[in-house]
Write a protein that binds this ligand. Structure first.
Ligand code: AN7
Length: 378
């Protein structure tokens, strides 16, 4: 007998056969996942080489970023283990998701954020959702170090992506892409900060192809996920990771001590999933490259103006890097390409307004003046 509801109730339910979900678990969910795969028709045409580009718009998750996928799994597991409190370091989105799922579960959330370098929307989310917000006089990497030390000292669950349950939840985005396209894309483009998400996608794409990736994340998955499940597709994409030039440890070949970028979400110099991410890139035959802040903002605006898709700066980098690699001839003509837009543009209204002020006209409140202004611009 099928006891599952007919309507969509979240990714832990939809993909429970491939996740560490047991029947006795209380599922903590905001009905996350099931995000749209939006064809970027104009950008594809303009890029040429007969490419087809799709955006997996993760900004449409309940808290506005892909973090919800990992958080539903991590908080469900933490509550199952009897945890009363969760903690994370965050550049913003993880803290927003942690606060929301903690509220849902009825546990306390402690979030460590870098002072002054967090987008306004994310701060608002963490605050109103009742998390204890701790602004540290340091950056994300400082916060991460402290969180790891704290968890040894107190009975509290870390919900950063070093928690393997986070990656398990996040791998479902790769499942959705393949389910939607009916095949794996040829390339998948993704921003890289702490490097958990690129690792999770690789696990997801690999599992769907019936292949066990040579990564520790899948070692974990083999224990709890009853892998292998039946293969759904026979191929995996080439993984392309993009970093902000001022915060690009994977491009530099080692940690960056003072990371800086307008894309504050990925202002991370010492990524925790270093080995997993490299395994994903190497095993897939892909690469990691960087974009300047200028390129990031330009492409954020391009996506908004030309496609009507408003993502945050850190997300735009996936498309920015891709378009450049297409122009350089690094992408096979005729390819089917997916890009993860990791977070919603509304997260960071300050940055959006700052680079769009020329779009606002100031005129007297008179019909004539308005008419003239409009007719001049038709
Ligand atoms: C919009 O919230 O690390 O490479 O603390 O918010 O898996 O870290 C955010 C990361 C990309 C990078 N895009 O993903 C945090 C945090 C957005 C993000 C990333 C983040 P990872």
């Amino acid at each position: 007998m099928n006891l599952r509801p007919k309507h969509y109730v979240g990714l832990l339910d939809r993909y429970r056969d491939r996740l560490p979900v047991t029947p006795d678990m209380r599922i903590i969910s905001l009905v996350e996942g099931n995000t749209p795969l939006i064809p970027l028709e104009k950008l594809s045409r303009e890029a040429g080489h007969e490419v087809q580009i799709f955006a997996k718009f993760e900004g449409l998750n309940p808290t506005g970023s892909f973090k919800d996928r990992g958080m539903t799994m991590a908080v469900t597991q933490a509550v199952h283990e009897g945890t009363r409190a969760i903690i994370c370091a965050s550049t913003g989105n993880t803290s927003a998701a942690a606060a929301a799922y903690a509220a849902r579960a009825g546990v306390r959330a402690f979030v460590l954020i870098p002072e002054g370098k967090i987008a306004l929307g994310k701060l608002a989310q963490a605050m109103i959702q009742g998390a204890v917000v701790v602004q540290i006089e340091g950056n994300f990497d400082d916060g991460m170090r402290i969180v790891k030390e704290m968890a040894d000292a107190a009975p509290i669950a870390i919900v950063n992506s070093i928690n393997p349950y986070r990656l398990q939840g996040q791998k479902t985005a790769a499942f959705e892409i393949v389910d939607e396209l009916g095949r794996a894309p040829d390339y998948h483009c993704i921003p890289v900060g702490n490097a958990g998400n690129i690792s999770a996608y690789w696990v997801g794409f690999s599992e769907y192809a019936g292949i066990k990736p040579r990564t520790a994340a899948c070692g974990f998955c083999a224990e709890v996920c009853r892998f292998p499940q039946p293969a759904v597709t026979d191929s995996r994409p080439i993984m392309l990771g993009y970093q902000a030039a001022g915060s690009a440890p994977f491009v530099r070949g080692g940690p960056v001590e003072h990371p800086e970028t307008v894309a504050t979400a990925i202002r991370i110099g010492n990524p925790q999933s270093w080995d997993l991410a490299w395994a994903a890139v190497r095993e897939s035959g892909g690469w990691v490259d960087e974009c300047t802040d200028e390129e990031i903002l330009q492409v954020q605006k391009l996506l908004a103006e030309r496609e009507g898709v408003f993502c945050e700066p850190a997300s735009a980098i996936a498309v920015g890097g891709l378009l450049r690699d297409i122009a350089r001839g690094k992408i096979k003509p005729g390819s089917l390409i997916t890009c993860t837009l990791t977070g919603h543009g509304l997260k960071d209204p300050d940055t959006a307004i700052k680079q769009s002020h020329s779009g606002v006209l100031r005129i007297p409140a008179q019909t004539d003046a308005v008419k003239r202004a409009i007719l001049e611009r038709m």
